[in-house]
Design a protein. Structure first.
Length: 59
């Protein structure tokens, strides 16, 4: 997934939640670091839970 912003991150989490491997990239290393800590940088209901579950499934 190119870009982990308002569209890319929720989309990546949804796809990964279906047990499909997703590789996410973003030009901002702070964004990538935040996501790798199972946190999110945007406000979206339950997105933090979806990202956390996706990271657990994929790793």
């Amino acid at each position: 997934m190119m870009g982990l912003g308002y569209i890319g991150l929720p989309t990546a989490a949804l796809i990964a939640g279906n047990k499909t491997e997703v590789n996410g990239e973003d030009v901002n290393p702070k964004v990538v670091g935040t996501i790798n800590k199972e946190k999110v940088h945007i406000v979206e209901p339950d997105l933090d839970v979806a990202v956390s579950k996706s990271l657990i499934i994929c790793f």
